[in-house]
Design a protein around this ligand. Structure first.
Ligand code: UDP
Ligand code: MG
Length: 341
């Protein structure tokens, strides 16, 4: 009945008639989460408008301001006033990139939705290649970074480890190195908006919804202004969140590890008794005791902490707070043809 209930909640995407997908007859929404990116947006938006205007019949560009403290609000309201194809959604504070993305996806109305970073690291020229795949019937096209030579060793090791740990589930395969530069068909957006969880680990959610997907490879450009807001510490937190949202194997590891250790301890105990009774060795081992004691304490704390991660996750979910709060919204959506000047 669980399966039935779940199936009942998620609307099955209507079986589309084999129609030809043509970008020039379709509408597109471009969703851009932005935190203090006014300088980049100034360059990115005009570029995008030209590009999308040529490729699609209708377009809208949604900039989701995730609590910027620079002059993004002024710049964007000015831009919206001049160009009706641009929409501005201001969140009431910084909710994080994942929440900002969700906000944008909820607002987007296009048949095709492109999500990308505001910081000019995602080359807009790649969109043309994504669109070509969509026209061939692919529902989700995602950009995968070709190399990570530009990143620090520690970050690269961390990412490898993360994708290795995430593989533990087997059920949902998260594409390593795929980024949030994606093209989604309306079907996919609808599915994503249906997902009720508060902790939006987008990479996992994209993988979870399925559909026909295709990777395109690219080399990210350098960040021109400002700095990445994802410090190593924040990335670790993000990774833990993804791990607890999409896997349960760490809980089992704790259990099996505990069994293994208990078994070994029992064997060693028997050996010590044997040694004392049969060989007559006095029971030694102050240092063994200390080592074993602290080792076990460490294992126990790690396990408790791991369970704690899951509990925290459950706590976040049961609070049922909204994902984000909107403080201001400008622009009205898909616009055909030339801008209103
Ligand atoms: N971003 C956001 N909210 C945040 C952090 C980042 O909306 O709390 C946006 C940011 O403006 C950018 C994108 O998410 O458009 C990617 O951020 P960043 O470049 O810092 O991440 P990285 O490229 O290092 O993964
Ligand atoms: Mg970036």
């Amino acid at each position: 009945s669980d399966v039935r209930a779940a199936a009942g909640d998620v609307p099955v995407a209507p079986v589309a008639m084999p129609r030809v997908r043509k970008a020039t007859e379709a509408s597109v929404s471009c969703v851009i989460p932005a935190l203090n990116e006014a300088r980049s947006l100034r360059i990115l938006l005009p570029m995008l408008i030209v590009l999308l205007h040529d490729a699609f019949a209708c377009l809208e560009i949604i900039v989701v301001d995730d609590g910027s403290s620079d002059d993004t609000p002024e710049f964007m309201s000015e831009f919206c006033r001049r160009d009706a194809r641009v929409r501005y959604l201001q969140l009431s504070r910084n909710f994080g990139k994942e929440a900002a993305l969700s906000a944008g996806l909820e607002l987007a109305m296009g048949q095709v939705v492109v999500t990308m970073d505001a910081d000019l690291q995602h080359p807009p020229a790649l969109i043309a290649r994504m669109v070509a795949h969509w026209e061939q019937g692919i529902d989700m096209v995602y950009a995968v970074r070709e190399a990570r030579d530009d990143e620090r060793l520690l970050k690269r090791i961390g990412t490898r480890l993360f994708y290795f740990l995430m593989k533990g589930t087997g059920k949902v395969r998260i594409q390593p190195d795929a980024c949030d530069f994606r093209l989604l068909d309306r079907k996919v957006v609808q599915a994503l908006c249906q997902l009720p969880e508060r902790t939006r680990f987008m990479k996992g959610l994209y993988a979870w919804v399925g559909f026909r997907t295709q990777a395109v490879y690219y080399q990210p450009d350098e960040r021109r202004f400002g700095a990445s807001s994802f410090s190593l510490f924040r990335l670790i937190g993000h990774g833990l969140q993804g791990l607890t949202a999409f896997t349960t194997w760490p809980l089992r590891v704790a259990m099996f590890g505990g069994m293994l250790l208990a078994g070994l301890a029992l064997l060693y105990g028997l050996y010590v008794v044997f040694e004392y009774l049969m060989i007559g060795n006095p029971v030694r081992g102050y240092s063994t005791l200390i080592v074993a004691q602290s080792f076990l304490a460490g294992i126990i704390l790690i396990s408790v902490g791991m369970v704690g991660e899951y509990v925290a996750h459950i706590y976040e979910e049961v609070k049922r707070r909204p994902l984000f709060i909107v403080s201001r919204q400008m622009g009205q959506g898909l616009v055909q043809g030339s801008p209103r000047v």
